[in-house]
Design a protein around this ligand. Structure first.
Ligand SMILES: NS(=O)(=O)c1c(F)c(F)c(-n2cc(CC3CCCCC3)nn2)c(F)c1F
Ligand SMILES: [Zn+2]
Length: 259
């Protein structure tokens, strides 16, 4: 019979350094946020983080083979202020999560505490011509991280979590025909920690100003379970996508600032 050439199953985080040496770099993400070591910086509150998203910016949801990804056309979806020296535009949002019913799954941890999932809103610096140019520059990206805790249903996340069943396989894609404002996914209290880090997936570029919201948002157990409608390649064939999170990396002496 024909030689079966399977697509290589993606290597886990502790092998990434073989192909991406920067995995052992000086500003890798995620990190464990030790709240007692975070330094309150008045400058962050003097120039508050400004999030101005439009409600018709979301184009589609796709299964990237590593997460869901809501693709956004950046028109009018800008953030600025806080730790940012320029305006950044939203390009996509996705998440990382753990096993069904488990409490691990977030990438950042807070005093060693994990959350069942973590949402990432990825923005690129408008001083560059596009995200491809920005993605590997030290000030190229700004990612807002939002912890998901298990509780009551998140009405704002429902239109998105209902779409996961429609994109079970890698490269599956469904258009978003309704108006959707991703700002509904942010916690009411806008306090955050911020530090300089990296992409948490290959190519692991050290190009991210991280803005990790202090307060989690509640989503229901069903909405967390809906993340598992997404499938991916496992060593034993196709399986439910889960545990797509990188564990915390060495702080390497970096300062974490806090509002
Ligand atoms: N977890 S994370 O740190 O928030 C995070 C991710 F997980 C990502 F996958 C990306 N990412 C960026 C690109 C486009 C690049 C286009 C140029 C070539 C490299 C990929 N695709 N995925 C990303 F930007 C990001 F910030
Ligand atoms: Zn991410």
């Amino acid at each position: 019979g024909f030689l079966q050439v399977a697509s290589p199953v993606p290597q886990g985080p502790n092998k990434w350094h073989e192909q991406f040496p920067i995995a052992k770099g000086q500003r890798q993400s995620p990190i464990d946020i030790v709240t007692s070591n975070a330094k309150v910086d008045k400058a962050l509150s003097d120039n508050p983080l400004k999030v101005s998203y439009s409600n018709n910016c979301c184009q589609s949801v796709t299964n990237t083979g590593a997460s869901f990804q809501v693709v956004v056309d950046g028109a009018g979806t800008e953030i600025s202020g806080g730790p940012l020296d320029s305006t950044y535009k939203l390009v996509q949002f996705h998440a990382h999560w753990g096993p069904l019913g488990g409490d691990e799954g977030s990438e950042h941890t807070v005093d060693g505490v994990t959350y069942p999932a973590e949402l990432h809103l990825v923005h690129w610096n408008q001083k560059y011509k596009d995200v491809g140019e920005a993605v590997d520059k030290p000030d190229g990206l700004a990612v807002i991280g939002v912890f998901f805790s298990r509780g009551k249903e998140h009405a704002g996340f429902k239109p998105i979590s209902d779409l996961f069943a429609k994109v079970p396989r890698k490269a599956d894609k469904v258009d978003i025909s309704f108006n959707y404002d991703p700002a509904c996914l942010l916690p009411a209290r806008r306090d955050y920690w911020t530090y300089l880090g990296s992409l948490t997936t290959p190519p692991l570029f050290e190009s991210v100003t991280w803005i990790v919201m202090k307060d989690p948002v509640e989503v229901s157990a069903e909405q967390l379970a809906a993340l598992r409608n997404l499938l991916w390649e496992t060593p034993s064939g196709e399986g439910q996508m889960c545990n797509n999170y990188r564990p915390p990396q060495p702080l390497q002496g970096r300062l974490v600032r806090s509002t």
